[in-house]
Design a binder for this molecule. Structure first.
Ligand code: ZN
Ligand code: ZN
Length: 309
């Protein structure tokens, strides 16, 4: 699996005479509406097949924020579902309690699951942690993404467990993945670089899958627009504080000047992964002294964080 990132075969549809809706700078392809949609869907199908992300009998629960990525993920998985033997799909939404941001995305998540008739559950930070993210972050805005990340990780695991799922699907796209690779390099965190590849959960949690990991943010936007599902939803108000924001802008410029940059970052991770024996990633299997959750230290990050909230 590692090392196989994408293929750039000469596509038979480059001769199509329909008006193009998308120009892929990296491959030079101009795609019409139908060919663009089937190209995106078949690349997701290929990622699922090639990496064995979903196997017959799986119950896949989507972490549906109601934003662009998870909306596209749900639409594409629902389209591919008939070809996936005996696979059940459901969704859950985490309400972190971010005023002026979450209300719209939750409404949009709700409409989507109704349309696709999926089982949908809600999980809120107040239920799980006794307060909203807004309250926890007062005066700690610069730490927003790391605090939210720790709380969300727990919420994601609880959501997947409550749903009785065998796989937890998130909407991470190519841009997100390339940013993560770059950020982990900037931080000098090679173990995390490899853990983020998605192949690792060491059987401790319900495995996470990222079926859109090779689909760019731009492609997701076009896919949604072509389905009339585009909505200009607000950005998370805390994102401005994150290193990710800077990396995101930098990579967008690089990708535009040098198409393929993001895929090359993914390729770098795959190559490092292929040459590692696993000792970098493997952590001693321990349990948190306070909550019992699997963790690498004495006390898990969540229990440590809770003391400061
Ligand atoms: Zn065409
Ligand atoms: Zn703990």
């Amino acid at each position: 699996m590692a090392g196989t990132v994408s293929s750039t075969k000469t596509p038979p549809w480059s001769l199509c005479t329909e008006p193009a809706v998308f120009h892929d700078k990296r491959t030079g392809r101009h795609l019409c509406r139908d060919h663009f949609i089937s190209d995106v869907e078949s690349r997701v199908a290929e990622t699922i097949r090639g990496r064995r992300l979903i196997v017959p009998g799986d119950h896949v629960v989507i972490a549906l924020s109601g934003g662009k990525d998870s909306t596209a993920l749900l639409m594409i998985l629902a389209r591919l579902l008939p070809a996936l033997e005996g696979v059940t799909l459901s969704a859950f939404t985490i309400d972190e309690g971010i005023h002026g941001y979450r209300e719209d995305t939750i409404r949009s998540a709700d409409e989507l699951v109704k349309k696709y008739r999926l089982t949908h559950t809600m999980i809120s930070f107040p239920d799980l942690f006794g307060g909203t993210l807004d309250v926890f972050l007062e005066g700690r805005e610069p730490e927003a993404c790391s605090i939210c990340g720790i709380l969300r990780r727990k919420a994601l695991n609880v959501g997947a467990e409550r749903a009785g799922a065998t796989k937890l699907a998130t909407g991470h796209n190519l841009d997100d993945e390339a940013q993560s690779v770059f950020m982990n390099v900037l931080r000098g965190d090679l173990p995390r670089l490899l853990r983020d590849s998605g192949s690792d959960s060491q059987g401790r949690f319900i495995p996470r899958i990222k079926p859109l990991m090779f689909i760019s943010e731009k492609e997701i936007a076009v896919y949604l627009m072509l389905h009339g599902a585009w909505a200009d939803l607000p950005e998370c108000p805390y994102a401005v504080h994150a290193l990710r924001g800077e990396v995101r802008r930098m990579l967008a410029v690089l990708e535009s000047k040098h198409p393929g940059t993001m895929l090359h970052l993914m390729e770098s991770r795959a190559q490092i992964e292929a040459h590692c024996d696993g000792s970098l990633v493997a952590e001693p299997m321990r349990h948190c002294a306070e909550c019992g959750d699997p963790c690498s230290g004495e006390i898990c990050q969540l229990c440590n964080l809770k003391k400061t909230l």
